[in-house]
Design a protein around this ligand. Structure first.
Ligand SMILES: Cc1cc2nc3c(=O)[nH]c(=O)nc-3n(C[C@H](O)[C@H](O)[C@H](O)COP(=O)(O)O)c2cc1C
Length: 149
């Protein structure tokens, strides 16, 4: 079955980047796959007060300006929802993810859309259930690879 892979690269370096090399090698291992590549070397915009206001407004109550404000975020969320596997190649910059990757996270973290607030504590399972999609593979240039499902 053809899988859809969302491949994200966050290094500022487009040449000689170790994290790009790692993520490309992982993506290559998916033989029958549609690849969507989002290269954050072309940065995404930061969220704004208008963006937060639009996001907090119930979908049915948003006006045209608010819908337009969320259009890019909707597109990024659609990329996630269409993905069977997400591969993120990222360096560590100053003890954190690069700002461009945080900008992507801010744009895709949508309460009620990509996550739910719940009284239950968060848990990460190493045994994927059929309902648990997509898989996330994050590569960094630290000597560790984190795989979560
Ligand atoms: C601005 C900057 C900040 C960095 N900060 C850290 C850091 O806090 N911790 C760390 O282990 N490596 C740090 N590094 C090293 C990078 O993570 C490492 O060089 C990595 O290979 C860069 O990814 P790339 O090869 O895909 O460009 C930093 C590198 C740069 C350029």
């Amino acid at each position: 079955m053809t899988q859809t892979i969302l491949h994200i690269d966050a290094s500022a370096r487009t040449e000689n980047s170790i994290s790009r090399d790692l993520s490309a090698r992982i993506v290559k291992r998916f033989k029958q796959a549609d690849i969507v590549h989002r290269d954050l070397a072309t940065p995404l915009p930061l969220i704004t007060g208008e963006w937060v206001g639009a996001n907090f407004t119930p979908a049915g109550d948003r006006d045209a300006v608010q819908r337009d404000t969320l259009a890019l975020s909707d597109q990024l969320v659609a990329e996630i929802k269409a993905a069977d596997v997400i591969v993120i190649g990222t360096p560590i910059y100053n003890f954190a993810v690069p700002a461009v990757l945080k900008a992507w996270i801010d744009l895709i973290a949508r309460a009620g859309v990509t996550f739910e607030y719940t009284a239950k504590p968060a848990s990460v399972s190493s045994s994927p259930s059929p309902q648990a999609a997509p898989r996330l593979v994050q590569t960094s240039t630290l000597p560790q690879v984190t795989c979560a499902t």
